[in-house]
Design a protein around this ligand. Structure first.
Ligand code: NAP
Length: 279
């Protein structure tokens, strides 16, 4: 098939590398011409241009720009697409994106590959980024089934675990397992930096080891991504934070009441509840 990718960064570039190796012809559009040139050099696209007219004959187009420019990008893109092209995106939030973009293109299917690294831009693109990862499509009642099936036919050979769900269900699910952890981890780091005794503050940094590395990793990542999650998934993230605050209050109560039995029971439950979230 002929595939178009708009936004040649970590996700767009990595998609291009794998889709080309699967035999597709990949056409890439990015804002800066240098990025397109690097994408060609890195084997992420066959041809690149800053001009969206390059995608005039694609079968499927992936929008891989930052969330903040996604709607504007699609508005500029749709006049160039052939009438039966399927359009999808890779944005980390789906409710808002689907609401904004579905009215702009009849064959639009929201999508989200659940894979990434801490790096960004075309230099961060890598082969097999999506292997074994979940890939969620979020069709609605009005999404044509042919468009869903065409996007699935392109992404399934990336050896992803395909899921279909409603955009709102996606946003609530990723709020629990991705967006809430970022804010929880960030608040952990912020709390640790409030230590007023300089000797203790220095000692804490010196003693920090794998536990702190694991629990602070996502909170110490790319600030722009965290703001995007909060900005575009506000209702679901607010609800998750409220529930999390209740959990913190519950823990404080157990501690103040020295209810070690209840704490033991809770930690035994969380010990049992964790494995199904991990593979
Ligand atoms: P990224 O590495 O920063 O790549 C985005 C690329 O889009 C940039 O390289 C930039 O290339 C291009 N771009 C920026 N503004 C543009 C515009 N107005 N028009 C055309 N191209 C533009 O970001 P990313 O991590 O790949 O994220 C892209 C999308 O994937 C986001 O919507 C994000 O929610 C989603 N996502 C990210 C991850 C993750 O872990 N990073 C995971 C899953 C999904 P130029 O050099 O040409 O400006």
């Amino acid at each position: 098939m002929e595939i178009g990718i708009v936004g040649l960064g970590l996700i767009g570039g990595s998609l291009g590398i794998d889709l080309r190796s699967l035999g597709h012809r990949v056409l890439g559009v990015s804002r800066r011409a240098e990025t397109g040139d690097r994408a060609v050099e890195r084997g992420a696209v066959d041809v690149a241009s800053p001009d969206l007219a390059l995608l005039r004959s694609v079968d499927v187009a992936f929008v891989c720009t930052p969330l903040g420019v996604m709607e504007a990008t699609v508005r500029e893109l749709v006049p160039h697409l052939p009438p039966d092209a399927a359009l999808t995106d890779v944005g980390s939030v789906k409710g808002w994106v689907v609401e904004a973009i579905a009215p702009l293109w009849h064959n639009f299917v929201g999508g989200h590959p659940m894979a990434g690294t801490a790096d960004s831009g075309i230099e961060a693109a890598q082969p097999n980024l999506f292997t074994g990862a979940a890939y969620v499509l979020t069709p609605t009642d009005t999404t044509p089934i042919e468009a869903v099936e065409r996007v699935e036919a392109v992404v399934k050979p990336l050896q992803v675990r395909l899921y279909r769900c409603h955009p709102e269900a996606h946003d609530r699910a990723v709020s629990w397992i991705s967006h809430l952890p970022v804010l929880v981890s960030a608040s952990l780091i912020a709390a640790c930096t409030t230590e007023v005794d300089p000797e203790v503050a220095i000692l804490a940094k010196a003693l920090a080891s794998s536990g702190f590395r694991d629990t602070s990793r996502v909170g110490g990542g790319n600030p722009e991504l965290g703001v995007m999650m909060a900005r575009y998934n506000t209702p679901a993230l607010r609800q998750s934070l409220l529930v999390y605050r209740d959990q913190i209050n519950h823990l404080l109560n157990l501690l103040e009441q020295q209810d070690w039995q209840a704490l033991q029971a809770m930690l035994e439950q969380t010990h049992r509840d964790r494995p199904p979230f991990l593979r």
